[in-house]
Design a protein around this ligand. Sequence first.
Ligand code: 5GP
Length: 216
Amino acid sequence: MATTSVRDIHRRGLMLVLSSPSGAGKTTISRRLLERDTGIAMSVSVTTRPMRPGETHGVDYYFVSQDEFDRMAAAGELLEYARVFNNCYGTPREMVEAKLSEGRDVLFDIDWQGTQQVAEKAREDLVSIFVLPPSGEELERRLHTRAQDSAEVIAHRMAKASDEISHWAEYDYVIVNTDVEESVASVQAILRAERLKRRRQVGLSGFVRGVQESLR
Ligand code: 5GP
């Protein structure tokens, strides 16, 4: 039966992936986006890497042993997983599926390997954004001023950055992060348009039929 109520149009949640080389500003963009948009939940990954100063278990990551990570991967508890900088990272499946079915959107800070796996499993629900630094020099400067990591780790990250950047063309959108506020506004504009995609508006055809019936 057709409905004439606009309240019967629901939205199917989407998976918003932000990827970038370390230091391009992705974490700041994500944080501001989450503060401003309550319709979006952050996916908290599991990782085997050691906790950095200022990080909190269950907020930044779930910090787990290699054995626990391997168990979760083998049990199918991870939506995607990859090895990055000699550590393992993965997305717990359960929270993501629960949020999506509630019509909430989920934000992921994952690398290109994880993005490819999500694309293989759920292309229709995926919206991917690659964040580029304004220049290589600026990326290097940001990695140094962050000072959370040892010089050796920074050097390793610089080498990895060009590898990560080589995957830019696999993403739906690309943002050059010259100004953080501008970048957050761009992500919000992308989200707004993607939420309005016809296939994400469940119940729309019933609503339209109702409108047509009332015109007869
Ligand atoms: P960091 O150690 O600096 O927090 O993260 C290093 C890299 O791992 C970043 O590029 C980040 O996007 C990626 N990463 C974090 N969590 C996940 C995850 O669950 N899956 C994948 N594939 N990559 C992740």
